[in-house]
Design a protein around this ligand. Structure first.
Ligand SMILES: Cc1cc2nc3c(=O)[nH]c(=O)nc-3n(C[C@H](O)[C@H](O)[C@H](O)COP(=O)(O)OP(=O)(O)OC[C@H]3O[C@@H](n4cnc5c(N)ncnc54)[C@H](O)[C@@H]3O)c2cc1C
Length: 468
């Protein structure tokens, strides 16, 4: 009987373990931290709800309004007219726990353990021995144990130890930073079913910044590519500044940061070890989307294992596992390429970002982007739409040169008059001069959390380490 270890209990690992366990294969699902709150915007496309049979209870907010905000603060509203359509906003501690527990209910053996080392056998062909710290008994260090298996699915995220053991090669990692900010009721009500995306050199030289609504707070964050990593805290300050009037009297309750893969690893299958999700490098450019692709790759990889092993009767070969890669690249290769081109074109400088936001005002562009995001399908466009889009791009790009700002200003409050804001800010400034606990550049935002990202301040494993 085939023995499979899935390392990592995020969406990719849990979805792989679910398929394997359902097929009757002996499956262990390793997760180092059962209450892990993966730093993440938590936005998921509508199709994922159906495809992965997700209950509404794990979705905090159904967003059907999106605001794109340009460097000069031009705001473009995108509304999903069909009330059944939405972007789901989740807290990862809730989302991940659901998927993990479902896999366990279906028969995967859930191990609360940190895999520390893997012996991979001759030429990495196995059998594989995982050495791990088992935290089932409580305590910080855990009990050292080992387990022998025939096959490993590496679903252990951007700092993957499985990738290291199989010599999968490195990838560049972008860095993303996020603060969870609790808002007063008026400001929170504005974000009820609305998410905001900000672009500009002040918030990211190569990506976008976001304000995403969650259950009782908003997640405010930004990301940038590896080469600009040193700028990340300044960029986070940039998004806070730009959105400051909408985050009035916000309380920072959690600070988070994590690497995001910029492209797939050179080798994703070696021997009988296969990588999925972030460990493989499946986050898209432009949107920074990785949850759906993690879950989907976990599922596709596991389906291939089930098929090649005859439901666990035989041990699949490296060649068998590589069929998963072939199918994956065929299905999504073009999507990754297109989104990479879009990021390079539209996020490269402020005139291009102005053009990008202007183009989002067009109904065809909205339908195209939302259909491909929400349903993960390629939307065919007719010749007239192609001509229109091309002209639109050129026109918007030229106009963007004129609109690009030399300095960045905060967007106005969405729920208070200018006079009301001015008097509140003046009162705050007077009160907070010299007061501990306030961000000096934003008297209106109070930092209650440790200002260092969570794992930097003492979790079991450093998350800002980049490649490990
Ligand atoms: C700030 C930020 C915002 C993002 N926003 C979005 C968004 O809004 N929408 C979206 O689709 N994507 C977003 N992403 C990307 C998304 O978070 C990832 O693509 C997704 O989490 C990948 O899932 P995964 O299961 O592959 O890996 P992960 O979610 O990273 O899960 C890996 C799991 O493995 C565990 N683990 C790691 N090492 C070990 C070990 N040695 N032993 C045992 N367990 C281990 C970890 O604890 C973790 O639970 C964002 C990323 C960041 C950093």
């Amino acid at each position: 009987m085939l023995r499979v270890a899935v390392v990592g209990g995020g969406p990719s690992g849990s979805c792989a373990a679910e398929v394997l366990a359902k097929a009757g294969i002996q499956t262990w699902l390793f997760e180092r931290k059962l209450d892990n709150a993966k730093p993440c915007g938590g936005a998921i496309p509508l199709c994922m709800v159906q495809e992965f049979d997700l209950p509404e209870s794990i979705i905090d907010r159904k967003v059907n309004n999106m605001k794109m905000i340009s460097p000069s603060n031009r705001e473009v509203d995108i509304h999903l007219d069909n009330p059944a359509e939405y972007i789901g906003m989740c807290r990862r501690e809730v989302f991940d726990a659901f998927l993990r527990n479902r896999a366990a209910d279906l028969g995967a053996q859930l191990v609360n353990g940190l895999v520390q080392r893997i012996d991979t056998g001759k030429n990495r062909q196995g059998p594989y021995t995982l050495h791990y710290a088992d935290y089932a008994g409580g305590g910080l260090t855990g009990e050292l144990k080992s387990l022998e298996v025939d096959l490993i699915v590496g679903a252990d995220g951007a700092n993957s130890r499985v990738a290291k053991a199989m010599d999968a090669g490195d990838y560049n990692v972008a860095i993303a930073f996020q603060e969870r900010i609790r808002l007063p009721p008026e400001e929170m009500a504005y974000y009820e079913d609305l998410a905001e995306m900000y672009v500009g050199t002040d918030v990211s030289p190569d990506f976008y910044a976001w304000v995403f609504p969650k259950y009782d707070h908003v997640a405010v964050g930004t990301g940038t590519m590896q080469k600009n990593q040193s700028l990340i805290k300044g960029l986070q300050k940039g998004i806070r500044e730009r959105a400051s009037n909408r985050l009035l009297h916000g309380e920072v309750i959690k600070v988070e940061a994590h690497p995001i893969p910029e492209h797939p690893r050179p080798r994703r299958v070696v021997g009988r070890m296969a990588l999925v999700g972030d460990a493989a490098g499946y986050v898209t450019k432009s949107s920074g989307e990785g949850i759906y692709f993690a879950a989907k790759s976990g599922r596709m990889c596991a389906e291939e294992i089930v098929a090649a092993s005859g439901h666990g009767a035989r041990i699949p070969s490296e060649k068998d596992l590589k069929v998963y890669l072939k199918k994956w690249d065929k299905k999504y290769g073009a999507t990754y390429k297109v989104l990479e081109i879009l990021q390079n074109v539209f996020y490269s400088n402020d005139p291009a970002r102005e053009a990008f936001v202007e183009m989002c005002d067009d109904k065809d562009v909205q339908r195209l982007t939302f259909d491909s995001y929400l349903y993960k399908r390629v939307v065919p466009i007719n010749p007239w739409q192609t001509i229109k889009l091309t002209l639109l791009t050129f026109g918007a790009y030229l106009r963007g040169q004129a609109f690009a700002p030399t300095t960045y200003k905060p967007v106005p409050s969405a729920v208070r008059s200018e006079a009301e804001m001015a008097s509140i800010l003046a009162a705050d400034a007077a009160k907070s001069s010299g007061l501990n606990g306030s961000d000096p550049s934003h008297p209106a935002i109070v930092v209650k959390a440790d200002p260092k990202p969570a794992a930097e301040s003492g979790e079991r494993e450093p998350i800002l380490a980049g490649k490990s």
